[in-house]
Design a protein around this ligand. Structure first.
Ligand SMILES: Cc1cc2nc3c(=O)[nH]c(=O)nc-3n(C[C@H](O)[C@H](O)[C@H](O)COP(=O)(O)OP(=O)(O)OC[C@H]3O[C@@H](n4cnc5c(N)ncnc54)[C@H](O)[C@@H]3O)c2cc1C
Length: 454
């Protein structure tokens, strides 16, 4: 029987983790895998492409293993690279190390004879056409046929802001990843106060920025800083039903000190996919409406060294909404509204660090999949709808056996599924389902051939 083929759409860490999972199951040499993505390096994606050594992982190195069955794997890699052994549970290393780690892991898991069955195509995927049980994947100027497709396209970028205001788009930096091209004397307004905003401040400060940097978000709160967490237990099961009751129980149990509540958040982390999946659509929407900024602040914490850099930068932090942005004598006049009061400031640049757009409807591939009824938007408008095996459901809610989603596209169903600890486990599950799906396809082909001979 000829080799089965897989196309992975997206070439970030999720794609690399799935390749690792397939290789670890001994499937690496059995399939032809084509990874198609726009990122420059397989595995780097948005998070790990940064070459700035001051952009740190926001998860301690001890929890960043690409192999859920070998939790010390990343630590071993770091130690071999000369990083001092010691307490990796609280070590936050440069993110660039992580793409090197994935690269090396792939090379060691996919020896030469297997590597020839893995192809990396640098292109944008813009659509899928169903052909029998498989797919034709449309990308760049060409197409690739596959028995099975996995969508691993990540969180995507922030929703663009330029179109919303009459200001000069050239003074607005819409894509915040990478080093911003800003003169060190310029006054900068950073929209957002999350982890990407922190990275941006660090990038601005590295060459010695002297202009004023202002960070603006609805609540004006920076991410909490990681501290060594206390050993804590999760809430007793069964968990209270619904977001309101759950939040009350969490507030009661979390503890007062950062060590206590961070330990508690860590203990709750493995339970979030199940908790979120148990909310109905209205509860999910309510939780997002009322809890998202608090969730982001407490869950997406910054490494202590990153927090210290931002503290030393002397940035101004504002709470409010940007309600106007106009061009004024070659600069930008910004109006910020908060609790009915307005404040005006004049800046040279605006950097959009508002975080990934929650709804991926703006992504051309997702739009095409939805328009062609091959997929539907996920719960609470997040990502795509998937079943419990991460198979994408079509517009009628039927799971498609040969179309999977991995990582952020599944966050409507699982929510806590956008970072390495969860994605690596999900990749392992999907690798198992792929094997099972191909066994079924092979059995069907054998039956067909028998039927044809008879
Ligand atoms: C700045 C930042 C820092 C982070 N730090 C951490 C951390 O320290 N620890 C942690 O566990 N998690 C971290 N995360 C979470 C991070 O999202 C995951 O760890 C992981 O990198 C997700 O990888 P991915 O492949 O799913 O997505 P991405 O990194 O977004 O990669 C997807 C890739 O696919 C490409 N792509 C998307 N759509 C298409 C298409 N239609 N056609 C072709 N290519 C496409 C994109 O260009 C991109 O290169 C961080 C995230 C960000 C943004």
């Amino acid at each position: 029987m000829s080799r089965r083929s897989i196309v992975i759409c997206g070439n970030g860490a999720s794609a690399a983790l799935l390749l690792c999972a397939l290789a670890r199951r001994g499937e690496g040499s059995k399939f032809e895998v084509t990874v198609i993505g726009t990122g420059p390096r397989l595995g780097a994606g948005i998070a790990y492409a940064t070459g700035n050594p001051n952009h740190l992982l926001n998860v301690p190195a001890g929890r960043m293993s690409a192999d859920p069955l070998e939790p010390q794997d990343f630590e071993k890699f770091l130690a071999a690279r000369g990083n001092k052994a010691g307490d990796f549970a609280q070590r936050f290393v440069a993110r660039g190390f992580y793409s090197d780690y994935l690269d090396q892991t792939l090379k060691s898991l996919l020896p030469k004879d297997m590597q020839k069955h893995v192809r990396h195509v640098r292109a944008q995927v813009h659509g899928l056409i169903r052909v029998g049980l498989g797919w034709t994947v449309l990308h760049g100027e060409g197409s690739t046929n596959a028995d099975l497709v996995v969508l691993a396209t990540g969180l995507g970028g922030p929703a663009p802001i330029a179109g919303r205001y009459s200001a000069d788009a050239a003074r607005i930096i819409e894509i915040p990843w990478g080093e911003p091209q800003v003169d060190t004397k310029e006054d900068v307004l950073v929209l957002g106060t999350g982890l990407t905003a922190m990275d941006t401040v660090i990038s601005l400060m590295d060459p010695g920025h002297t202009g004023q940097i202002t960070l603006l978000s609805r609540h004006g709160m920076l991410p909490a800083t990681h501290v060594p967490p206390a050993k804590r237990e999760a809430l007793a099961q069964p968990f209270p039903r619904g977001p309101g009751a759950l939040l009350r129980a969490i507030k009661k149990e979390a503890g007062a000190t950062p060590e206590e509540w961070q330990g508690f958040m860590d203990a709750m982390r493995p339970h979030w996919p199940e908790i979120w999946d148990g909310f109905d659509a209205r509860e999910k929407s309510r939780a997002l409406r009322h809890g998202l900024s608090h969730w982001n602040r407490h869950r997406h914490r910054v490494a202590p060294a990153g927090a210290a850099r931002v503290q030393d930068a002397g940035v101004t932090i504002m709470a409010g909404r940007l309600t106007a942005l106009t061009l004024k004598e070659q600069r930008l006049a910004a109006t910020v509204t908060h609790k009915g009061k307005t404040q005006n400031l004049t800046v040279d640049r605006v950097i959009n660090c508002t975080g990934p757009a929650l709804n991926k409807g703006h992504d051309a591939l997702m739009e095409n999949l939805i328009a062609s009824r091959q997929a539907r938007i996920g719960p609470a408008g997040l990502g795509l709808d998937v079943d419990d095996r991460n198979r994408v459901t079509d517009s009628d809610g039927l799971a498609q056996p040969s179309l999977f989603a991995l990582g952020a596209p599944t966050r409507g169903r699982w929510w806590e599924i956008t970072a390495i600890p969860e994605i690596s486990r999900q990749a392992m599950d999907i690798a198992g389902h792929i094997r099972a799906q191909f066994s079924l396809m092979d059995a069907a082909t054998r039956l067909e051939r028998k039927g044809a001979k008879a």
